[in-house]
Design a protein around this ligand. Structure first.
Ligand code: NDP
Length: 312
C-alpha cells in the first residue's frame, strides 16, 4: 500500500498553505481536495481582506493561485474525498470515495467547516448574488444598502453589528421570540439604531432580478396571528451556525460539543502523534482565510519536525 509522508486533507487556505510549507520542506505532500475544491472562498466573490492584494482578488482566483503555489513546490493534488479514517496506529490509514486506500506518517486535517443554510432553493439561486454566509467577507459590498441577517446566536449578533457599521439598515431575522446570544452581544444589537430585530420570523423565499432585492417572510407561522411580509434588502446573510467537517476523526481526536477539533494550546497538535488540525475545522472563533493559512503553515512545520524526530 502507498505510504505518504505528509497527507493533507482539504484544499482551502489551510490545506494549500500546509502544502506550500510541506513541499518546500521536502515532505512530498499529497493534498486531497475533498468535497469543495478550493474551499469556502470559492463561494464568495471578491476577497479584500487577505494581505497582499491591495485591489482585492476573486475568491476562485486566489485559491487557484494557492494551488499553483503548492504544486510549484511539489505538492501532488488529488481529487478525492476521504470517506474513512483509521488513526488507531501509525502509519494511519485513509480510504477515499474512489476506492483508493493509502497510509500516511503525518496527517493534516484541513477539512474546513460548512456554513449552514436554511435549505431554500432561492439561496442556491442567489449564492454570490446577494446571499452570503460571511459578513466579514462580503459586508463591504453592502455599504449604505439594506441587508438581513438570519440567526439569533452570537455569530448572528456579531455579524448584524458588523454590518450595521456599513449598511444603512440591518434586519435580524430570528425564528424564536428571544436571542440565544450572550447578553453583551444582545445589548449591542438592541442599542444599535440601525438594527431591527424581527422575532418569531421565518424566511420562506428571496426575490429579485440579477440578485437579491428582497425576502419573503412569515411572522408567527402556524398561529392565528400568522402574517406574511416582504422586506427590501440587497444582501441576505446566513448566521445559523457552521458544521466543522470532523466526523471521520472523532473517535480519535478531541472535539468540542459542536465538533470543532480541539488542538493543544497554540499548536495544531491533536493529541494523536503526527496528526494535526488546521483551519476552520479547528477554529470556532476566527474562521478567516488568513488565520486558516497561518494554521496550515504551523501544521506543516509540526509535520516536518515530527518526521525528522522519527527519522521518517
Ligand atoms: P449557534 O448555534 O449559537 O446559533 C445558531 C442560531 O441560528 C440560533 O439562534 C438558532 O436558532 C438559529 N438557527 C439555526 N437553524 C436555524 C434555521 N433553520 N432557521 C432559523 N434560525 C436557525 O451558532 P453561532 O454560529 O451563533 O455560534 C456558534 C458558537 O460560537 C457559539 O458557542 C457561540 O457562542 C460562539 N461564538 C462566539 C462569539 C464571541 O464570543 N465573540 C462570536 C461568534 C460565535 P434557535 O435559537 O432557535 O435554535
Amino acid at each position: 500500500m502507498e505510504t505518504i509522508r505528509c497527507l493533507i486533507l482539504g484544499s482551502g487556505p489551510a490545506g494549500y498553505t500546509a502544502g506550500i510549507y510541506a513541499g518546500r520542506a521536502g515532505l512530498s505532500p499529497v493534498i486531497y481536495e475533498g468535497l469543495q475544491p478550493g474551499g469556502q472562498l470559492t463561494t464568495t466573490t471578491e476577497i479584500e481582506n487577505f494581505p497582499g492584494y491591495p485591489e482585492g482578488i476573486d475568491g476562485n482566483q486566489m485559491m487557484d493561485d494557492l494551488r499553483q503555489q503548492a504544486e510549484r513546490f511539489g505538492a501532488e493534488i488529488r481529487a478525492a474525498i476521504a470517506v474513512k479514517a483509521d488513526l488507531e496506529t501509525a502509519p494511519y490509514t485513509l480510504t477515499f470515495d474512489d476506492g483508493s486506500v493509502v497510509q500516511c506518517h503525518t496527517l493534516i486535517i484541513a477539512t474546513g467547516a460548512t456554513a449552514k443554510y436554511l435549505g431554500l432553493t432561492d439561496e442556491e439561486k442567489y449564492k454570490g448574488q446577494g446571499v452570503s454566509a460571511c459578513a466579514t467577507c462580503d459586508g463591504f459590498f453592502y455599504r449604505k444598502k439594506q441587508v438581513a441577517v438570519v440567526g439569533g446566536g452570537d455569530t448572528a449578533c456579531e455579524e448584524a453589528t458588523y454590518l450595521a457599521g456599513l449598511a444603512s439598515k440591518v434586519y435580524l431575522i430570528v425564528r424564536k421570540n428571544y436571542l440565544r446570544a450572550s447578553q453583551a452581544m444582545q445589548d449591542r444589537v438592541f442599542e444599535n439604531p440601525k438594527i431591527e430585530v424581527l422575532f418569531e420570523t421565518n424566511t420562506v423565499g428571496l426575490f429579485g432580478e440579477d440578485g437579491v432585492q428582497g425576502a419573503h417572510l412569515v411572522r408567527k407561522k402556524g398561529t392565528p396571528e400568522e402574517e406574511n411580509l416582504d422586506i427590501a434588502i440587497d444582501g441576505f446573510f446566513l448566521a445559523i451556525g457552521h458544521k466543522p467537517n470532523s466526523d471521520l476523526f472523532r473517535p480519535w481526536v478531541k472535539t468540542d460539543e459542536t465538533g470543532y477539533i480541539i488542538t493543544e494550546g497554540m499548536t495544531p497538535r491533536t493529541g494523536v502523534p503526527g496528526v494535526f488540525a488546521a483551519g476552520d475545522v479547528a477554529d470556532p472563533l476566527y474562521r478567516q482565510a488568513i488565520t486558516a493559512a497561518a494554521s496550515g503553515c504551523k501544521a506543516a512545520i509540526e509535520a516536518e519536525r515530527y518526521l525528522s524526530e522519527k527519522g521518517l
